[in-house]
Design a protein. Structure first.
Length: 183
């Protein structure tokens, strides 16, 4: 006896047609881990020890989205100035960045000091806009290639950042009274 449902030595006189195999288009998920890792490295560097040869921030944010004109990768500030760091993991990403509204018109731009930060060699020093600095990340360490020069910043957009942080951290509308009178 043969296999159930088939007769031995009998060919199917109606062979199945071969189906044309079309390549399946699969949407690739964008791997943002490299970008996010570079953001965290840059933020920690910005908060590192104070030095005259590098910017310093008491407070720093990573990939904060606000209603302001510019959503920065890293934004840090201290009592004297603010620093904005744009992370770029590819050359094409860097080339697209110059078309952003906040790059074309300084009015929406944040940061008294502005930096691009990337893996070594992605951006060259002569590619930078005026007064921008350049940072390379190699083996988890930040190297200053070019220091940024001070620029005008949009204080209104920076206030959006501060308000967004307060709201996210649970600091609701409040009066901070630091001068209490004793009775």
């Amino acid at each position: 006896m043969g296999m159930r449902g088939q007769r031995p030595n009998v060919r199917n006189k109606y062979p199945e047609p071969e189906l044309e195999q079309k390549p399946i288009k699969v949407k690739r998920k964008i791997d943002n881990t490299t970008h996010h890792n570079l953001c965290c490295i840059a933020a920690k560097w910005l908060q590192g020890r104070w030095s005259k040869s590098k910017p310093y921030a008491d407070y720093a944010t990573v990939e904060l989205v606000t209603q302001g004109w510019e959503n920065t990768d890293v934004f840090g500030w201290n009592c004297q100035y603010s620093t904005m760091i744009e992370i770029k993991v590819s050359r094409s990403d860097f080339l697209k960045d110059k078309d952003k509204k906040c790059r074309v018109d300084w009015y929406g731009s944040v940061g008294n000091y502005k930096y691009y930060c990337c893996p070594e060699g992605v951006i060259k020093e002569n590619d930078l806009p005026d007064k921008w600095g350049l940072l390379y990340v190699k083996d988890g360490k930040v190297e200053i290639i070019k220091l940024a020069e001070p620029q005008e910043t949009n204080i209104e957009t920076e206030r959006y950042i501060f308000n967004s942080i307060f709201r996210r951290e649970g600091i609701n509308k409040k009066v901070f009274n630091y001068r209490r009178y004793e009775k």
